[in-house]
Design a protein around this ligand. Sequence first.
Ligand code: NAP
Ligand code: GCO
Length: 265
Amino acid sequence: MDMNKFSLEGKVALVTGAAYGIGFAIAEAYAAAGAKIAFNCRGQKHMDEALAAYKEKGIDAKGYFCDVTDEEQVKQMVADIEKDLGTIDILVNNAGIIKRIPMTEMECSDFRQVIDIDLVAPFIVAKAVIPGMIKKGHGKIINICSMMSELGRETVSAYAAAKGGLKMLTRNICSEYGEYNIQCNGIGPGYIATPQTAPLRERQADGSRHPFDQFIVSKTPAGRWGTPEDLMGPAVFLASDASDFVNGHILYVDGGILAYIGKQP
Ligand code: NAP
Ligand code: GCO
């Protein structure tokens, strides 16, 4: 086995929404594996903080202002990356939001915004990147799905619909572009400690743990929340030559939640 198959040396990777959180960890892992890093976010504050954080880790990441729901901005970002770094070899559709609102109380505009960012945007960015991958003769697309690609729960109707759709978009890109040596897979993180899930882990007024925090830990065989670092290895694997025959697969990195019915009362 040639372990260099796990190397990303010389590859150009775009990780969307990688100013912090899961995206930042994946970009950091890709840099450690030898890739050149491009990322986007929307605001100057997050851009400045992200560039400083990458620099502190010795990573010369290139940051681009881009709202991934805006097709013209995405096309411009991809053109700028190709000019600055070269054709994109690896795309991670990571940018995403969640809105936790009971469905019957959710405005249609809220539902649409989550679908726009979590499902339509991965379509827009993949559509912009695939032509270059076809020309280059290879490509890796990794869509950041979710437990909610498989399961529902109260208040996350838009998010579950989007992430369920993202699972099937992943399988369709696999089906439509596999013949061009493009592999499209998903990563389904479990419950990961990032700003997105901070409200679910907040200490209560009496200093006790959030009920949801206790619930998730009890439902996870690993007995803990995941960290962005838990996703680094799986993300490098799916971006590397080592996974060239893995296509249309959603790799759940969830500490075993999806396999576990829960502890007997
Ligand atoms: P996060 O900390 O909230 O970060 C989300 C990132 O997405 C931010 O960098 C944000 O950038 C960016 N973003 C949001 N909307 C955008 C837009 N329209 N255009 C460009 N960038 C945009 O979230 P996270 O926990 O790291 O999650 C990252 C991905 O993993 C998401 O797709 C999420 O659904 C998924 N996920 C998370 C978990 C978890 O437990 N944390 C589990 C499963 C899946 P700005 O600074 O511009 O807002
Ligand atoms: C929620 C959480 C989850 C996680 C993740 C789980 O409110 O249930 O935010 O949706 O973000 O998607 O895989």
